[in-house]
Ligand binder design. Structure first.
Ligand SMILES: [Zn+2]
Length: 339
């Protein structure tokens, strides 16, 4: 099969990789209908995270089940399925509490690399969720978004305790931040303030339900949110970038007693004294997307939400390198790849 491999920072190649096979009896093999490039793929691509030899890339996936191991009972060949970036059994105590991305038996899909024609998905019964039927082509981008960015934005909103009557601020205008806006709107937020300087992203944020856009960043951005909330700060802030600056911007934009949901992988140390005196609740981490998949699949299947709008560039898998470049240079919000 063909698959994208990162050889060194900035060096993505689509090359022949061995076809995956069933290794464990709980595995499934899927043929990808679509895959995509994640903002987090840009960390190794930019050399901010080290690349240890050629690494298969990709952890977002939707596709048709081709084969299942003998212990797989609920997932069947021919089904259209969606899974998240951690395989999980969905039965251990941590999974049952809704934290499947910390499953006691979790496996990282990024190590398998789904920017490819085929992928082996471990713990298929726990990891994969099938749609009611094979979906029409126009719904595929939205289901693909549910695999990571929608589920992650949704967790950011839930972790930030978004709800009716609340003012929400979103730090980050990448796909996760924009879908955090969509989640906040679905969860009943009264006001949704987005921090963005990019016109196409501002427009999409407004389509997803944002009520206010502010262009200031850092301390100025946090001050602007206080201005808009009677000097108090937002009730709920979704942090979807993962730098020290963005995290502290989120904390400083939150009112005492408020909640920060952080879903950008934090890079850099945070000042403990500022966290202490902020009097905010911090909750985040790798999103347990699997918790939300059944609900998100329903919303997409019934065409109540259209998260696939975050894909503003679609390329054949063979042009993955251009897909990475476009996101790195912020020419594209998110690149969908067709195997
Ligand atoms: Zn588990």
């Amino acid at each position: 099969m063909r698959g994208a491999v990162l050889h060194a920072p900035g060096d993505i190649r689509v090359e022949h990789r061995p076809d995956p096979t069933i290794v464990e009896p709980t595995d499934a093999i899927i043929r990808l209908s679509a895959t995509c490039v994640c903002g987090s793929d840009l960390w190794p691509y930019r050399g901010i995270e080290t690349v240890d030899g050629p690494a298969p890339m990709g952890h977002e996936y939707v596709g048709i089940v081709e084969a299942v191991g003998r212990a797989v009972t609920t997932i069947k060949p021919g089904q259209f399925v969606i899974g998240s970036f951690f395989a999980s059994d969905n039965t251990c105590e941590i999974c049952r509490a809704g934290y499947q991305s910390s499953c006691l038996h979790r496996e990282l899909i990024g190590a398998i690399g789904t920017q490819a024609e085929l992928a082996r998905i471990p713990l298929a019964d726990g990891t994969l969720v099938a749609t009611p039927d094979v979906p029409p082509d126009d719904l595929i981008p939205s289901f693909l978004a549910a695999s990571d960015v929608l589920g992650t934005g949704w967790f950011g909103a839930v972790a930030a305790e978004v709800g009716p009557g609340k003012t929400v601020a979103v730090v980050g205008d990448g796909a996760v931040g924009l879908l955090g806006v969509l989640a906040a709107q679905c969860l009943g937020a009264e006001r949704i303030i987005v921090m963005s300087r990019h016109a196409p992203r501002q427009k999409l944020a407004l389509e997803f339900g944002a009520t206010d856009i502010i262009e200031e960043r850092g301390d100025e951005g946090a001050a602007r949110i206080k201005d808009l909330t009677n000097g108090l700060g937002a009730h709920s802030v979704i942090e979807a970038v993962g730098t020290r600056e963005s995290m502290m911007q989120a904390v400083h934009a939150t009112r005492p007693g408020g909640h920060v949901g952080y879903v950008g992988v934090t890079h850099g140390e945070l000042p403990g004294d500022q966290l202490f005196f902020s009097h905010t609740h911090l909750h985040g981490g790798p999103a347990p997307v699997r918790r939300f998949l059944p609900e998100l699949i329903d919303l997409i299947w019934n065409r109540e939400i259209d998260p696939g709008k975050v894909f503003d560039l679609t390329l054949p898998l063979d042009q993955a390198a251009e897909g990475y470049r476009a996101m790195d240079e912020r020419r594209a919000i998110k690149t969908l790849l067709r195997p």
